[in-house]
Design a binder for this molecule. Structure first.
Ligand SMILES: [Zn+2]
Length: 212
């Protein structure tokens, strides 16, 4: 598997830290499945598997799908697997404890980005009203009045990318994840990765952690 010694991987990181990008790149380079709990849930419900049907019954009542059921779905995908990348799961200590009963984890990559930088990156996102392309003023060096570089359309900010929404998401993430970070640090599984660097450098740092 690309020479990586650690192949059972959990990824943590706030919105905007580039966690999804790193997960996809790792998955394709190492040939590991990239598993997000949201994707697994949608897939099981979509194909109406027995677990999917049970999950659907909670969703139809407007209730959260219980952790135990999510764990069962993830277990069915990772049991016996040589490696995997879990993205967005676990989110809580209770989920992490349940996960321990299903698979052992080699490393938890904690991609860190400070609040101010998360806000700077995410509030710079714009969507083109004509072609629908997502642009980033900061990373693409566009100014506030720029039009869409592909079609000349008007760029606007989605409600989800407003500063107060981003601030709230960051704070919820930090509050939820802090106990999880301690949990994995105590187990000596946590590897802190500085997410403020360019994506290629973050990727190189991740690979170093996996081959150690
Ligand atoms: Zn456009």
């Amino acid at each position: 598997m690309g020479g990586a010694a650690k192949t059972r991987i959990v990824l943590l990181g706030p919105p905007g830290a580039g966690k999804g990008t790193q997960a996809k790149r790792l998955a394709s380079e190492l040939g590991l499945p990239h598993l997000s709990s949201g994707d697994i849930l949608r897939a099981e419900v979509g194909r109406q598997s027995p677990l999917g049907i049970r999950a659907q019954s909670y969703m139809d009542r407007g209730e959260l799908v219980p952790d135990a059921l999510i764990i069962e779905m993830i277990a069915s995908r990772i049991e016996g697997a040589e490696g995997f990348i879990l993205d967005g799961f676990p989110r809580t200590v209770a989920q992490a404890e349940a996960l321990e009963g299903v698979a052992s984890i080699d490393v938890v990559l904690n991609i860190m980005l400070e609040r101010g930088e998360v806000i700077r990156r995410l509030t710079a996102r714009r969507v083109c009203s004509d072609c629908g392309a997502i642009r980033n003023l900061a990373s693409e060096g566009l100014d506030e009045s720029a039009s869409c570089p592909s079609c000349g359309g008007t760029l606007s900010q989605r409600d989800d990318d407003r500063q107060e929404v981003i601030e709230h998401r960051f704070d919820v993430y930090t509050e939820q994840t802090a106990p999880l970070v301690s949990f994995y640090r105590e187990r000596r599984l946590l590897a802190d990765i500085d997410g403020s660097r360019p994506s290629d450098e973050v990727h190189a740092a991740v690979l170093r952690e996996l081959t150690q």
